[in-house]
Design a protein around this ligand. Structure first.
Ligand SMILES: NC(=O)c1ccc[n+]([C@@H]2O[C@H](COP(=O)([O-])OP(=O)(O)OC[C@H]3O[C@@H](n4cnc5c(N)ncnc54)[C@H](OP(=O)(O)O)[C@@H]3O)[C@@H](O)[C@H]2O)c1
Length: 275
């Protein structure tokens, strides 16, 4: 891991905390990490847990760092960046990484500076348990070395997928940002069905979660077997699984999934205009 860059997190919430935790576990030196947020509560926890530098002053963190990770809510991004631009020039030329959904590179450059190197990323919630999937898009000003560094930081909480077109981040939002909720919905529906057949909520949850985790692990451990084959391998002709799968197909599951994912992409496109 490249470990000579000072990294400042602006915002010290859930996502910043998991990234910091992942970096420290990966051996990133704590003294090179800074976190800034308006209140001390989360900063104190981070300082105690990881021995990183903390401050309530965004400008101090930005001035100290080589790379600035913007980890505030999308609706705060405008305020945070314009305060920086008004009160400091220390940041110019430094690499900014945004993890906020829906805030475009163009918007960030309009707030900071036209040629500001920016990597826009789209992490997902499983990053909180180091099983994330992050989509990333670099502005043309970002160097290859910086791309490597950011890749390693995001790899600390899962895997990464770099895209050449910023609009592809909207597909990533539909594919990985929103999709934990799709899986939760499917699990929820299964749980309700199992409860309807007489099991307790806890039993139903355990049955579903174990099947989901085990299926995901089979996918991960068999990268050479495509998903359709994995499915066919557990679907004996004339058996119970075949009957359930036939029902899903007849009810148009694939079409529903496709329509839902297109809807997520459209919403992501519309949200880009909000922030
Ligand atoms: N959580 C996820 O799974 C996830 C997934 C994908 C993308 N994201 C993106 O990640 C970003 C952060 O999300 P989160 O879940 O980590 O949010 P969060 O837990 O609410 O954390 C937001 C942090 O921003 C701080 N903050 C508020 N105003 C600030 C300011 N003016 N300057 C500096 N820091 C400020 C807050 O500090 P106080 O606590 O002191 O108010 C808090 O530490 C969002 O843009 C979100 O879209 C999150």
């Amino acid at each position: 891991m490249i470990t000579n860059k000072k990294i400042a997190f602006i915002g010290a919430g859930n996502m910043a905390s998991s990234l910091i935790g992942g970096m420290i576990t990966d051996g990133y030196p704590a003294e090179l990490i800074y976190a800034a947020s308006p209140t001390r509560t989360r900063l104190d926890i981070l300082e105690e847990k990881f021995a990183i530098n903390t401050t309530q002053d965004n400008h101090f963190a930005v001035a100290a760092a080589d790379i600035i990770i913007l980890a505030v809510k999308p609706q705060l991004m405008g305020d945070v960046c314009s305060h920086l631009a008004e009160q400091s020039s220390d940041y110019r030329g430094k690499l900014f990484v945004s993890i906020a959904a829906g805030v475009t590179v163009e918007r960030l450059q309009s707030l900071l500076a036209d040629n500001q190197p920016i990597v826009r990323t789209m992490p997902n919630t499983p990053a909180l348990v180091q099983k994330g999937m992050t989509g990333l898009f670099p502005s043309p000003e970002v160097s290859d070395e910086d791309i490597k560094t950011i890749d390693q930081i995001m790899m600390a909480v899962g895997k990464t997928c770099w895209v050449d077109n910023e609009s592809d981040l909207n597909t990533i939002i539909a594919a990985t940002g929103s999709s934990p909720a799709y899986f939760f919905l499917f699990m929820e529906a299964m749980q309700e069905s199992i409860i309807g057949m007489g099991f307790t909520q806890q039993q139903a949850r355990e049955l579903v979660q174990q099947a989901a985790a085990g299926s995901a692990e089979l996918v991960i451990q068999n990268p050479h077997i495509d998903l359709a084959t994995l499915r066919q391998n557990v679907t004996s002709k004339g058996g119970t699984t075949a009957e359930a799968i036939r029902t899903f197909e007849e009810q148009g599951l694939r079409e529903t999934v496709n329509t839902a994912m297109q809807a997520a992409v459209s919403r992501a496109e519309a949200m880009q205009k909000l922030f």
